[in-house]
Structures are given as structure tokens and as C-alpha cells.
Design a protein around this ligand. Sequence first.
Ligand code: SF4
Length: 283
Amino acid sequence: MALKPAALRVALDHAYDLAATRAAAHVARDPVRFAHAWALKSDADAEIAGVFAAQLAFGRVDLFGPVLERLFAEMAAVGGPRAWVERCADGRVGGGDPLVYRWFGRADFLALGVALGRLYRAEGLPAAFVTMEAGISRLGSLAPYEAAGAFFPTWFARPSSGSACKRWCMYVRWMVRREAPDLGLWRHLDPADLVMPVDTHVLRIAQLTGLTDRKAANWKTAVEITSRLRAFSPGDPVRYDFALAHLGISAGCTGVASPACDACAMKPVCRVHAPAPRRRRAG
Ligand code: SF4
């Protein structure tokens, strides 16, 4: 479907406004809530909590959410995420109750804790993230891979590898954007330079509305969607991410006509509801 800029802008802004009115309910189902909770203690606690919350944010929120609750309860028992990663770096965090989500387990969480503890003893997350590529690379360079599982290295996939880096894009969005639901802790990065976190929800809606025709959720697709959104919001192209993602996470968009479409702001530009092309008369 051809991109219709004026109609698309109206639909995106409508979706953004609707998501703002439903922000409390959406945040309750969104991993950003963990960063919010720890921001009450300190920026460093929120930054570290955000890394864990973002890295586990795949699949169903009702499955990864309880694992994060248990992990953060362990951290709270020793003073919070910052204190916990310090202990990891000192080798003072070991076994405990099972802590497993999909193909990641306790050894992976501890190894990430070690990397973060080492990073905070050096320069900290904000200083490492002069760019997203640099930040992921620096954190990965401090990780004890030998202590973790086979899938642990996937947490450090970088844009230069071609990965969409959805979880890191989302994390940096939380840290950099100044508007709710994001925290705006990192003022050294410009929201204008952020890249859309492209997960299955965002990719599906981008395809349905002509923001991309690309099939794969990779870095090229993320950059293309971002550059098209930049035309509508040059200073903050990822402002639409929360709204579009929650059309899938909270509103139940599955990419086919359903009751979710009735209240969907994107319906006027969604290919599912485009009029069928007229047939030419024979003769
Ligand atoms: S109109 Fe329906 S299919 Fe299209 S984006 Fe909205 S909920 Fe999804």
C-alpha cells in the first residue's frame, strides 16, 4: 500500500494521543515499569534495572514479568540493583531459587550483573553509551562469557551485526526520551537520533500502514521505519513506539480484522481495511 503521508500523520498522532490517555494501564503491562520503580531510589538503580527489564522483554509480559519480579526482589534484599551488581562483580552473589526465562537462567543474570558491576566501577552506563553501538560493545567487553549460557552473547548483538537490536533500542528510548512513559535520564543523547525498537508488533503495524515493505525485523528495517517517522516528528521520531507497540501488546492487534480494529487509531490507513480495488468491466 502506498504511503499516504497526511492520513498517516493524523493516524499516528491519534494513536499517540490515545496511548497517552491509557498510559497508566499500558505501563502496568510494559517492562518500563521496572525502571520507573527503581528511579525512585536512584538513576543508577533505574539504569541497571532497565537493562535487565529490557533484555527479558520478549514473549509474553505475563511470563517474563514474574521472573523480573523475583530478580528485583533479590536485588532489593541487598539494597537494590546497583548494590547487587557490585556484589556480582565481587563474586558475592551465587545460587538461589530457580530463575529461568526461556533459554536464559540464573548464570546469565549473574554474568550480566558482573558486567554491569565492572562497568559502574569504571565509567557507568551513561558514559559508555556515547552511541548505542559503543555502549553495547563496552558492556559486552566486560562480561564473563565463560560463566554464562550459550545464548548469553545474544544480549550484546550490535547494530553493525545487522540485528534490529529491539531491546537495546527500547532501553535507550527509556533512558533518553524526555516524555512519559520514558525517563529522560540521559541528556547527552538526542531523541532525534534514536532508532525505533522493531518487534513483531511494530513490524506488523508498520507493514500494514506502509511505513515499510521490508519483511525482516532487522537493523535496515528499523532505520527505514525511523526515517519515515522522522518526517512526522523530526526531533523525536520514536515518540510513536509506545503507542504502536501497545496496539499489539495491550489492544490485541493480530494483523487481521478483529474487534481490536474498532478502537484502533490506525484503521483509516491500515491495509486490512483498505477498499478492494475495482475490477475493470470486460469488453
Ligand atoms: S486496524 Fe486492526 S489490523 Fe489494522 S493496525 Fe489496527 S488493530 Fe491492527
